[in-house]
Design a protein around this ligand. Structure first.
Ligand SMILES: NC(=O)c1ccc[n+]([C@@H]2O[C@H](COP(=O)([O-])OP(=O)(O)OC[C@H]3O[C@@H](n4cnc5c(N)ncnc54)[C@H](O)[C@@H]3O)[C@@H](O)[C@H]2O)c1
Length: 413
């Protein structure tokens, strides 16, 4: 049946600018309108003639109802469309701590601008699922729990512009795994490109952050991560209590969760070794003290202390012990992670579903993530946040670290 030509009851105009075609944003815009039972009419489209010139699009959109138009607009904003009207962003005050006005604008992880007194202002501390607070001529993201009475929060959808990341064309782009996830056969290529990204990030004066789970220890990755830390390629380690415990159990007792690292066999009474390791660290007075007093002489935590690389041990419900320094207040742990992620250029997520996804949620879309996990679902979940930000490498993390350490560090004669 031919589509009816009658117009739908509500309409608006939106504009978008950027690499709309090759980043596949335009088709997403069209799909979104249709998904919300709407219609679009392209009123203006200018294709960028060079690889650096942006394309420009102006659409008239129609929807079956106001609520539907609003939902459609929310999605379109995230794709870089902004309403054509030139009004400022609307603000409403927070009346009670942690209580946002009903129609607060919820942020994406993309670079965002708000219009205030006719001028566009970039939003600071960009992250997803936050509110935008405007204070003393500045705009910044704030989590719900950080809202205070009197804060002015952006509401509605006017005067907001979101700039999705464009697909990169340079040699350090994620083109090597542009399909998102690389297969086992491509691991060597992925390692080579990750090594190039690490070098580039360091040369740019940005931080390389490692987010890791205890499987790094179980798969024999310790000497290689230790080597990377020693060689100055890691600027902070964000992890849980378990990596610290298993790393130090391996350093102190030669086992990881009671399994001998030398031959992969269960050590007799080895099940108590992780508790013996925690106990030894308490006896020493803490992790740093264990290194300084010569109790702890190798491993990931040892190298962090020696190299002055900050580490955060975030607690979880699964933890035994936990080790001293484990942050068991989750809000504090998130804050500590966010502090170290600020200024990051590259984040390597190594074998931890919990910590990798948590970190993915905190980062703005222009910080690169390489997520190494044996389970494609985890890599997909972490990668699923905007064009070109994250890639997954599906492989054993111990193997990946060995290859990466080899690619980045020149063996000593
Ligand atoms: N794992 C433990 O033994 C243990 C024990 C006590 C507490 N905890 C705490 O629980 C929380 C979650 O722990 P987690 O991060 O270990 O679990 P997680 O389930 O969040 O992540 C483990 C990830 O490792 C991946 N994986 C498994 N084998 C792999 C391999 N060979 N190579 C690459 N990836 C591989 C899995 O697919 C999974 O995504 C953390 O805070 C941790 O400190 C863990």
């Amino acid at each position: 049946m031919p589509e009816s030509k009658t117009t739908l009851p509500v309409s608006d105009h939106v504009e978008a600018e950027g690499h709309l075609i090759d980043s596949h944003i335009m088709e997403q815009i069209f799909d979104t309108v249709v998904e919300f039972q709407g219609r679009f009419e392209v009123e203006h489209f200018h294709i960028g003639r060079t690889n650096s010139e942006p394309s420009r699009l102006r659409l008239r959109i129609e929807a079956p109802s106001e609520p539907m138009l609003e939902k459609m607009m929310t999605q379109l904003l995230g794709l870089g469309c902004s309403p054509v009207d030139k009004s400022d962003a609307e603000l409403a005050p927070v009346e009670r701590e942690c209580c946002a006005p009903e129609d607060f604008y919820s942020t994406t992880n993309h670079r965002t601008l708000v219009r205030l007194k006719g001028a566009w202002l970039e939003v600071g501390s960009q992250r997803m699922d936050a509110m935008i607070v405007v204070k003393e001529g500045r705009a910044f993201c704030r989590r719900l729990r950080d809202l205070r009475a009197g804060d002015q929060v952006v509401v509605g959808m006017k005067g907001i512009r979101v700039i999705p990341e464009a697909k990169e064309r340079d040699r350090l782009s994620f083109a090597f795994m542009s399909n998102g996830i690389s297969s086992e056969r491509q691991v060597e290529t992925a390692v080579r490109q990750t090594a190039a990204l690490v070098r580039h990030t360091v040369e740019q004066g940005q931080k390389v952050i490692v987010v890791a789970g205890p499987v790094v220890v179980h798969t024999g990755g310790v000497p290689f991560l230790a080597q990377l830390i020693r060689s100055g390629f890691v600027h902070a380690l964000l992890t849980g209590n378990a990596l610290g415990v298993h790393d130090m159990e391996a350093a102190l007792l030669g086992t990881s969760l009671g399994i001998r690292l030398s031959d992969g066999r269960q050590q007799e009474h080895g099940h108590r070794n992780h508790m013996r390791a925690i106990n030894a660290i308490y006896h020493a007075g803490g992790i740093r003290q264990a290194v300084e007093s010569g109790v702890l002489t190798r491993g990931i935590m040892y190298e962090c202390v020696r190299a002055g690389v900050p580490y955060i041990l975030a607690g979880s419900l699964r933890d035994d012990g936990p080790l001293p320094e484990t942050i068991t207040d989750m809000n504090q742990a998130q804050d500590a992670y966010a502090e170290h992620l600020s200024g990051a250029g590259l984040v390597l997520c190594l074998g931890s579903m919990l910590h990798s996804i948590a970190v993915g949620n905190m980062l703005p879309s222009w910080v690169k993530i390489v997520c190494v996990d044996i389970n494609p679902a985890v890599a997909t979940k972490v990668s699923d946040r905007g064009t070109g930000q994250a890639v997954g490498v599906i492989t054993d993390v111990g193997l990946f670290l060995e290859l990466l350490a080899r690619a980045l560090t020149v063996p000593k004669p």
